[in-house]
Design a protein around this ligand. Sequence first.
Ligand SMILES: [Zn+2]
Length: 70
Amino acid sequence: MATGKIVTVEEQVEEVRERMAVGQVDRLTERSSYVYKRQGEPCLVCGSRIRTRIVGGRNLFWCGRCQRRR
Ligand SMILES: [Zn+2]
């Protein structure tokens, strides 16, 4: 990959922690932390494919199905 910046798992976890501190993360988002290093693998909850996207220079991973149900 020619991506200029790779965000580490630690950085993503820390961002989630910060959001949790201010009450912006619900249980579903918190649970999604397991998908960080599962790109290309099925979601453990629903079996849907894990998705990835570069947002603001950050490499984000999420389950399209679980997080779309909000
Ligand atoms: Zn899922």
